[in-house]
Design a protein. Structure first.
Length: 73
């Protein structure tokens, strides 16, 4: 994060950076979910879908925080 935002980023920049990271996680697990459909181990697919659901929640929270912060400035 420091590479992109510097040593002391403002809150909005840091929140948006976090949203980018969470968006990448969601994309990763969406792809992994598609791959998991081909795997015969049902526990694997169930775990991947559970993680994707959690990552979706993280992204939604990050987005809400960034929007709330932007509107309060």
């Amino acid at each position: 994060m420091e590479t992109y935002l510097g040593e002391e980023p403002d809150t909005q920049g840091a929140l948006e950076f976090l949203c980018l990271g969470e968006g990448g996680e969601v994309t990763h697990y969406e792809v992994l979910t598609a791959v998991a459909k081909e795997v015969k181990n049902k526990k694997f697919g169930t775990k991947v879908r559970a993680i994707l659901k959690e990552e979706d929640r993280h992204l939604a929270l990050c987005t809400k925080l960034a929007k709330d912060n932007a509107s309060s400035e």
